[in-house]
Design a protein around this ligand. Structure first.
Ligand SMILES: [Zn+2]
Length: 375
C-alpha cells in the first residue's frame, strides 16, 4: 500500500492548480498523465474547445487490454473561489482536515484514484480505466463529450463526488429552461395602451408553482428525498421603469425529474399552460428555450458494484437529488455508482475541506474495489 504521504502530496499538487471551470484543465492533466504513464497506463486525451474557445480535455488512462472491468471517474474542474480565501490553492491541514478549493470536490477522489491504482497495479490481471473529465461543474460537458466520442467504456464506473464514502446508486435528472413572456409597453397611467409581460409571467409562474405542489408530487420513488420530482423558478427579470407597462419578462425554470420520468415531461406541461394562456388572453406570447435536459440514473440496489461498495465502506447505498456524471457513464455501458470522500455540503464553499481519515479510507476502498473486479 502506498503511503498516505503520496496521497496528500498529490492532492496538494492538484489543489495548487486553479482549475476553475472557466480555465483550461490541461495543467491538471500535466500532473496526472506522467504519473499514470509511469505506472504503465496508456493515456489518451480527448481534446475540445469549450463555448468560450478555451482548450479542455478528458484524460483516459487504461491498464490492460479489452473492456475495462471498472473505471474510476473524477472531474478535474472546480467551482470558482472567493479571492479572499487565502488557502484556496494551498492545501492546508488543521484538526485532521485538509482545506482548499477542490480538496473535497473532487480532487480528493482524483488523488485517491491515482494513488490506489499505483498501490495495486501489479496485482491487477484484468483491464481498468482511470478517466478524468473536464467541465463537470458547468453541466457534465466533459462527460457528454465522452458520449459523443464514444470513449470511456467500462463494465462498472465508480464516479467520484463527495458522498462521505456512501455509495450513491441513483440521482435525479437535471433540467433547465429559460422562458420569456412578451407583452406590450405603454404608459402605466393608461393600462389599456399596453399588456404587462410581468403579469403574464406571474400567472404562468403561479400555474407552475401549483403544478409543483400538486400533480408533480403524484409520481413517487421512495428511494429519493423528496420522493417526487421538483421544480423551481429561480430567477425572474423584467420591466424597464416603474411607470412603464413591462414589455418583456424572463424567468428560469429548473426541474429535477425522477430517473423514471421523461426529462421533457415538464416542458410539455409548460407548453400546455402557455397554450391555455394564449386561449384566455388575446396577444399572450411566451417562448421557451430549453438549456439542459439531463436525465438521472438508477443502478439496481443489488448490482455487484453497489454490493461491493456497501461492504467495503460499511455504508448502505443511498440516492441523491443532485446531478452527477452517472447518466453519461451509464450511456457508455457502465453500471455507475457515485462514491467519494468529503461532504457535498461543504463543497462549493469557502473553507471546503476533506477529513484526512476519510481521504485515506477512500483510497483503501478504491484499492479493494480494483482488486475485487480486476484482480
Ligand atoms: Zn463534483
Amino acid at each position: 500500500m502506498a503511503s498516505s504521504d503520496a496521497l496528500v502530496t498529490l492532492l496538494k499538487d492538484l489543489v495548487a492548480i486553479d482549475s476553475t471551470s472557466v480555465r483550461t484543465n490541461l495543467p491538471v492533466l500535466e500532473v496526472l498523465e506522467p504519473r499514470l504513464q509511469a505506472l504503465g497506463f496508456r493515456c489518451q486525451r480527448q481534446r475540445y474547445a469549450d463555448e468560450a474557445g478555451v482548450e479542455k480535455a478528458n484524460l483516459l488512462a487504461t491498464l490492460g487490454a479489452g473492456l475495462p472491468e471498472v473505471a474510476l471517474v473524477g472531474h478535474t474542474d472546480c467551482v470558482p473561489f472567493d479571492a479572499a480565501w487565502r488557502e484556496a490553492l494551498t492545501l492546508t491541514e488543521r484538526d485532521d482536515r485538509l482545506y482548499g478549493r477542490g480538496a473535497c470536490d473532487t480532487k480528493a477522489f482524483v488523488a485517491c484514484a491515482v494513488t490506489a491504482a499505483a498501490a495495486v497495479k501489479d496485482r491487477l490481471r484484468k483491464p481498468v480505466l482511470l478517466c478524468f473529465t473536464a467541465d463537470e461543474e458547468l453541466g457534465c460537458f466533459g462527460a457528454k463529450k465522452l458520449v459523443e466520442g464514444n470513449l470511456g467504456h467500462a463494465r462498472r464506473a465508480i464516479i467520484g463526488e463527495p458522498t462521505q464514502l456512501t455509495p450513491i446508486r441513483a440521482n435525479k435528472g437535471y433540467c433547465l429552461a429559460e422562458v420569456e413572456v412578451l407583452g406590450q409597453e405603454g404608459h402605466s397611467a393608461y393600462p389599456d395602451t399596453g399588456r404587462s409581460a410581468i403579469a403574464g409571467a406571474a400567472r404562468l409562474i403561479a400555474r407552475l408553482d401549483a403544478h409543483g405542489r400538486g400533480p408533480l408530487r403524484e409520481q413517487l420513488d421512495r428511494d429519493f428525498l423528496p420522493a417526487h420530482g421538483t421544480l423551481n423558478v429561480g430567477m425572474v427579470s423584467g420591466g424597464r421603469a416603474k411607470n412603464v407597462i413591462p414589455g418583456a419578462c424572463r424567468f428560469t425554470l429548473e426541474w429535477r425529474p425522477l430517473p423514471a420520468q421523461p426529462v421533457d415531461a415538464l416542458l410539455e406541461v409548460l407548453r400546455g399552460f402557455i397554450a391555455e394562456a394564449q386561449g384566455q388572453e388575446p396577444g399572450f406570447s411566451a417562448t421557451v428555450r430549453p438549456l439542459r435536459l439531463d436525465r438521472g440514473f438508477d443502478t439496481a440496489p443489488d448490482a455487484d458494484l453497489v454490493k461491493a461498495l456497501e461492504r467495503l465502506s460499511g455504508k448502505r447505498a443511498e440516492t441523491v437529488s443532485f446531478g452527477t456524471e452517472g447518466p453519461q457513464l451509464q450511456t457508455l455501458g457502465a453500471v455507475p455508482v457515485v462514491f467519494g470522500p468529503g461532504d457535498i455540503r461543504v463543497a462549493h464553499q469557502t473553507g471546503e475541506f476533506v477529513p484526512r481519515a476519510e481521504l485515506l479510507r477512500a483510497q483503501a476502498v478504491l484499492e479493494a474495489a480494483l482488486l475485487e473486479f480486476a484482480g
